[in-house]
Design a protein. Structure first.
Length: 277
């Protein structure tokens, strides 16, 4: 299917004239499984697996109009475009709200068809970072603009739950919906839990009853912003991870029940994209 390429700031990149995207081929994610064979035990012991990489390739159609000179100029423009950014986000036009983060590292060369003015180009891409699809938007964008079932904005199949559309809360028991099918793990994914105007005498605690995880900020804190941003525990621009129990809150796919204990606050803003396998 045709595809769209974006720069690191999610701005659309235009293709050179007479270059058309043909196909965006994406495999399933490779798994690396850890097993051990033990003497006297049939089979093996399974220690689980890690997600690794996935194969991705892009396919283009090129057409030049004015002989060899034009054909070489067209190749030059395409090469420059594909080398214009350190990495790209690419979306399938049939699923425009989700992107993969890719880089073009391998050499490639258009294949001219029988000496005509038409060429095809196919090359493999390197996944950068996580191998999962991610939404172009985050949950705070849903909170601010409100959900709208527009294909190009929030999608029709991204798992957004209209019964749980909020990601800003002013109560101590909240329900957070993860519309993806991948657990949001702040150790390797963007997740912000920002507690505004917090006051606590100590041991401010966030509990995810769905996962059993607890985050505890041990010291007293007053009239400031506490932001759990990935693995950082930010007050202003300083990281106070040392003053916590060094545990983090993840969000399972679907509904997560969070509780906030031993403190008062104005509101909590939770922000993250959805991820898909």
């Amino acid at each position: 299917m045709p595809f769209t390429i974006f720069d690191p700031n999610m701005n659309k990149i235009d293709y050179p004239v007479s270059v058309l995207p043909l196909d965006f081929l994406v495999s399933a994610i490779e798994k690396e499984r850890y097993v051990e064979n033990v003497n006297g035990i049939p089979g093996n012991i399974n220690y689980g697996f890690d997600y690794k990489d996935r194969e991705v390739s892009l396919n283009f159609w090129l057409r030049h109009f004015h002989g060899e000179h034009d054909q070489k100029l067209l190749k030059s423009e395409l090469y420059a475009m594909l080398d214009s950014q350190p990495y790209f986000y690419v979306s399938d036009d049939k699923l425009p709200t989700r992107v993969l983060k890719l880089a073009v590292d391998e050499p490639y060369l258009p294949d001219r068809i029988n000496g005509s003015n038409i060429s095809t180009l196919e090359f493999k891409c390197q996944i950068i970072g996580l191998p999962f699809w991610q939404t172009k938007y985050t949950t705070q964008e849903i909170e601010i603009s409100g959900y709208s079932a527009i294909e190009g904005k929030y999608g029709l199949a991204d798992g957004i739950n209209v019964d749980y559309p909020n990601y800003t809360f002013d109560t101590k028991v909240v329900y957070v919906w993860n519309g993806g099918n991948v657990t949001i793990d702040p150790r390797n994914m963007p997740l912000s839990i920002k507690v505004n105007n917090i006051n606590s005498n100590g041991n401010f605690t966030i509990v995810n009853d769905t996962t059993g995880e607890q985050f505890i900020y041990k010291k007293p804190i007053g009239a400031t912003v506490l932001n759990l941003k990935g693995t950082k525990v930010l007050i202003s621009t300083y990281n106070y991870l040392r003053d916590t129990n060094r545990k983090f809150i993840s969000l399972k796919p679907g509904l997560n029940k969070l509780r906030f204990l031993n403190g008062e606050f104005e509101n909590v803003k939770i922000d993250f994209p959805f991820y898909y396998k």
